[in-house]
Design a binder for this molecule. Structure first.
Ligand SMILES: O=C(O)CCC(=O)C(=O)O
Ligand SMILES: [Fe+2]
Length: 410
């Protein structure tokens, strides 16, 4: 009955009020949610997700942010988020959390750690090399990792970046609450980008309990919200070469802003050919698997594991089979806030966000060595310019010609 009296946003707001009253004691609230089936489903799992965050304790980012979010704003965000979910999937909203995976994340993560410990002890699974920037000079890093195409985690390299503070969820919310520009959190059934503002997306993170949460994965952030670019400078001391930068403003997409809740992540994929990447985590914790370029798309589950499969499933099932079939070909690492990961060209990778809110920025770049390698791969082609255009996703042959020109002069 309560759910019939209080509907929609009013319901959400009342539930938040009750949640605050419960003050980290979820049992009262869970009891309320159990009053009736309708009441439970009307919660859309959203507010239950919020409660889970709050239940983690006052020290967690999500809980702190939740206490500071203005209620009226939260209500209107939820309306927009529901509208976005409708265009992405016309099923009932609660289907987004049909498998209740959000509540199983800790167990899956602990099981993964136990398995990984054994697999590493036997040598079947490897760890990504951890490098301290204080101990390894940029020249040595270039020789041992970039030129050798070996993945590496540069620990703490981004520790002093302004984004460690300015992209903290609380600071981002304060700075972005009136910023209308939307960033990409997915696509609709017609393949069109679906956008949400940062404030709405933070509200989504707090409210959701989805099996495969929406993931901010946007390459236009620097143009849409230029203030975000003030949070960092590319770490050029360790990654000095970027031939694509010679294209100036006409270069294809090369930088992405990423933000997602616990359980979100990127499907297994390989970045555009002959590009390397660095990925800096500014907030949260991100689990990575990197797979040797010698393995095929079939081996790593591309095409067999559905796009919307949750990261925990890939880490829990596909990865374990992969390691059995190809011992020594997979490396994993947990990246902490302030760490920068180097991903060499051609390496498959997949991520699983473990922090309650996880924020990262990544750039793809082309070194002289990989550029030369790409030229060797197309030396049989009659039309060099169109081969370069295809390989690097350039607009047209003229752009390819201009780029070849500036590269040869550099
Ligand atoms: O940070 C992540 O979750 C993955 C990013 C990535 O792989 C990419 O941008 O290509
Ligand atoms: Fe990637």
């Amino acid at each position: 009955m309560l759910s019939q009296i209080i509907e929609g946003d009013a319901l959400s707001l009342t539930l938040r009020w009750l949640a605050n009253l419960c003050n980290n004691r979820c049992s009262t609230f869970t009891l309320l949610a159990a009053v009736s089936r309708t009441f439970h489903w009307n919660c859309c799992h959203a507010v239950l997700g919020t409660l889970n965050s709050i239940a983690e304790g006052p020290g967690t980012t999500a809980a702190t942010l939740m206490q500071r979010l203005p209620w009226a704003l939260y209500g209107s965000s939820l309306r927009r988020i529901n509208a976005v979910k409708q265009v992405m999937d016309d099923g009932p909203l609660h289907a987004w959390a049909a498998h209740g995976l959000a509540a199983q994340l800790d167990r899956h993560s602990a099981e993964f750690c136990t398995w990984a410990q054994h697999a590493k002890a036997s040598g079947a699974l490897r760890s990504v090399a951890a490098v301290s920037p204080w101990a390894v000079s940029p020249t040595r890093f270039r020789d041992e990792f970039i030129d050798a195409s070996v993945p590496a985690l540069l620990e703490g390299l981004a520790e002093e970046w302004p984004a460690r503070q300015s992209w903290h969820p609380q600071a981002l919310f304060e700075a972005m609450r009136d910023e209308p520009a939307g960033l990409r959190c997915g696509e609709d059934d017609d393949g069109q980008d679906v956008l949400l503002s940062i404030a709405d997306y933070l509200a989504y993170i707090l409210a959701q309990g989805d099996d495969t949460p929406l993931y901010f994965f946007d390459f236009r952030f620097g143009e849409q919200i230029p203030g975000l670019l003030e949070g960092y400078r590319p770490p050029v001391e360790y990654f000095p070469e970027d031939l694509m930068a010679l294209m100036g403003s006409e270069r294809p997409p090369f930088r992405w802003f990423l933000m997602g809740p616990r359980g979100s992540g990127a499907d297994v994929h390989v970045d555009p050919p002959y590009t390397c990447a660095w990925n800096a985590l500014l907030h949260g914790c991100k689990r990575w698997a990197l797979i040797d370029p010698g393995l095929s798309a079939d081996d790593v589950g591309v095409g067999t594991v559905p796009d919307d499969a949750p990261s925990l499933e890939w880490f829990g099932e596909t990865l374990q089979k992969l390691v059995e079939a190809h011992p020594g070909k997979v490396q994993t690492v947990d990246q902490h806030a302030g760490d920068v990961l180097f991903i060499p060209p051609g390496w498959w990778h997949v991520t699983w966000n473990l922090g309650d809110i996880n924020t990262a920025v990544t750039h793809n770049f082309v070194t002289r060595a990989t550029f030369q390698e790409s030229l060797r791969s197309i030396e049989e082609c009659e039309d060099l310019q169109s081969a370069i255009q295809d390989l690097y996703g350039l607009l047209d042959q003229d752009q390819a010609a201009r780029w070849l020109d500036v590269v040869s002069q550099s």
